[in-house]
Design a protein around this ligand. Structure first.
Ligand code: NAP
Length: 280
């Protein structure tokens, strides 16, 4: 049998990733002779790894922390979305070179629309955090036609910078850099997204006082481990609709799989594999 095509995840650390379970299940389902591996990389190894990836038989990569921005330097081409977001999470490797994409934002929007039946068009939205994930999400909430996006980050320069960037590309949406959680005006919003790592540790507080949470609000936490952060627990108690970030992880993987293979991804197989991997 021919040797399998290689796909994988580069980043540091990568050992807790759920992506191998999801992608290997998809390859198996479609009978594709391929294998998804983990490639933990120190920063000094990034350039050499990418230069040799094609020769080493690697056909595609996902990229995670801390390389989503740095990786762009070593690619031959990036998609318009990846350029707009300023970060790449998916690389396709062919004889023509390395091409970068960003499927995080599209994955988030697909999960909102397809599973949560939430359509951002005409809605007021609030984001906590203005880092890489928030950039991807704000671009796709904008593409989805949100009425407004308010962003708060403890680093005010980061939220101001993101708002200024978004204003350049989307002139029909109201963007606002909030000075505090209160200034996000969550009571007027239909969607609140936590795009900070606050909540990953069991001892972390919620980034939002529970007084801001209510019925009629969708509270989306990008964190999926733990399954329910303190924010999500308090939002549930307050009667809000809640979601963790597992659906975003699924759909960014679905889009990456389709970019690599040009085949329709087996979404339900991937969903099941992810669910099982989180229960291990
Ligand atoms: P990042 O680039 O580090 O951005 C996080 C931002 O939030 C930083 O600017 C950080 O500021 C800020 N911040 C931290 N604590 C805050 C607080 N209490 N209030 C307001 N802002 C605060 O991280 P990222 O790559 O965007 O990732 C964010 C989270 O999303 C992580 O938990 C990551 O695992 C998750 N994620 C999930 C998916 C998925 O598929 N579900 C995909 C991507 C990312 P400082 O740097 O100054 O602390």
């Amino acid at each position: 049998m021919a040797s399998p095509q290689i796909y994988g995840l580069i980043g540091y650390p990568v050992k807790h990733s759920l992506s191998p379970a999801m992608h290997n299940a998809a390859f198996g389902e479609l009978g594709i002779n391929a294998e998804y591996r983990l490639f933990p990389l120190e920063e000094e190894g990034l350039k050499g790894f990418l230069e040799n990836a094609g020769k080493s038989g690697i056909s595609g990569l996902n990229v995670t922390i801390p390389y989503k921005e740095k990786v762009i330097l070593f690619l031959d081409k990036i998609s318009n979305e990846a350029g707009l977001i300023g970060a790449v999470n998916t690389v396709k490797i062919t004889g023509r070179g390395l091409e970068g994409f960003n499927t995080d934002g599209a994955g988030f929007l697909k999960h909102l629309k397809e599973d949560l039946k939430f359509h951002p068009a005409g809605k007021k939205t609030a984001l906590i955090g203005a880092g890489g994930a928030a950039k991807a999400i704000s671009v796709y909430l904008s593409k989805g036609g949100a009425e407004s996006i308010s962003i708060y980050d403890i680093d005010k320069n980061r939220s101001k910078g993101l708002v200024e960037d978004l204003k350049i590309h989307f002139d029909n949406i109201e963007f606002y850099s909030a000075n505090s959680i209160e200034d996000l005006k969550i009571n007027e919003c239909a969607l609140l997204v936590n795009a900070t790592p606050v909540g990953m540790k069991e001892t972390d507080p919620s980034p939002v006082d529970k007084a801001y949470l209510r019925e009629g609000l969708l509270v989306y936490d990008l964190i999926y481990n733990p399954k329910e952060t303190k924010l999500l627990k308090e939002a549930k108690t307050a009667g809000a609709q809640i979601s963790n970030g597992l659906g975003m992880l699924l759909y960014q993987g679905v889009d990456a799989f389709e970019i690599w293979t040009a085949r329709k991804a087996p979404v339900e197989v991937m969903r099941k594999a992810l669910k099982e991997a989180t229960e291990k």
